[in-house]
Unconditional design. Structure first.
Length: 203
C-alpha cells in the first residue's frame, strides 16, 4: 500500500493543471492500494493569517487546519469521482479491499485539548507520515509544488521550508520508504505504480 500526499498548494498554485493528472493517476492505477492525503493549501494559509490577526490559540488553529485538509479532500474527490472518501483506518482499509483508491477525511485528528500535534511544527506532511505508519504502508510519496533536491536529507528539507519542523524526527525509524517529489514527477510515479511497487500489503 502507498500513501500519496498531494500538497495543498497544487489546488491553488500556478501549476494547478497538474492536479487533475495526479488524481487521474491515483484513480486509474492506485485502486486497492493507494490512500490519498490532501494538504491544507491556501485554506491552511488563511488559518495562519486568522491566528496572527486574532491571536487564537494553537488548538483552535490545529482544528481549523485539519478542517482545511478535509475541505481539500472533498475538492479532490469532486474533481475525480472515481476516488472514494473515507474516514479512519477501518474505513480506509474497506475502500482498498473494494478495489478503490481512497481519499482520507482526517476528522479523527480534531482535538478537544492541545497535545504534541497541535502546533505549526506539525503540518499535513507529518500528518501523512503518521497515517502511513498507522497503515503500515510500504511507501509514502509527498508531492510538492516547490523544487525538491533529492540529495538533501529530511532535516535539510525542513530547514529549507520544504518539510515541517517535526518531519525529520518523526521519519526516523519509519518502516516505509519516503519519497519527496516535485509536482512534475507524475511519469516517474506512474512507472512505479505500473511496475507493481504499490501493493495492498497489510490492508
Amino acid at each position: 500500500m502507498w500513501v500519496i500526499k498531494i500538497g495543498g498548494s497544487l489546488t491553488s498554485g500556478d501549476d494547478d493543471a497538474l492536479l487533475p493528472r495526479w488524481l487521474e493517476l491515483v484513480a486509474r492505477l492506485g485502486g486497492g492500494r493507494t490512500v490519498l492525503v490532501a494538504g491544507g493549501g491556501a485554506l491552511a494559509g488563511q488559518v495562519r493569517a486568522a491566528q496572527a490577526r486574532w491571536r487564537c490559540d494553537d488548538l483552535a488553529a490545529h482544528n481549523m487546519a485539519v478542517l482545511a485538509m478535509a475541505q481539500n479532500a472533498y475538492l479532490l474527490q469532486s474533481l475525480q469521482p472515481a476516488l472514494q472518501l473515507a474516514r479512519g483506518e477501518p474505513d480506509l482499509r474497506n475502500v482498498l479491499r473494494r478495489g478503490r483508491a481512497a481519499v482520507w477525511l482526517p476528522f479523527e485528528l480534531l482535538r478537544e485539548r492541545a497535545d504534541e500535534t497541535t502546533s505549526w511544527e506539525v503540518t499535513s506532511d507529518s500528518i501523512a507520515l503518521g497515517l502511513a505508519k498507522r497503515l503500515r504502508a510500504e511507501r509514502l510519496v509527498i508531492v510538492k509544488s516547490c523544487a525538491v533536491d533529492g540529495g538533501r536529507s529530511h532535516a535539510e528539507l525542513a530547514e529549507a521550508g520544504v518539510l515541517d519542523a517535526r518531519f525529520a524526527s518523526l521519519a526516523r525509524g519509519a518502516a516505509c520508504a519516503i519519497d519527496i517529489v516535485e509536482r512534475g514527477a507524475i511519469e516517474r510515479v506512474r512507472a512505479q505504480l505500473i511496475g507493481g511497487e504499490a501493493r495492498i500489503g497489510a490492508a
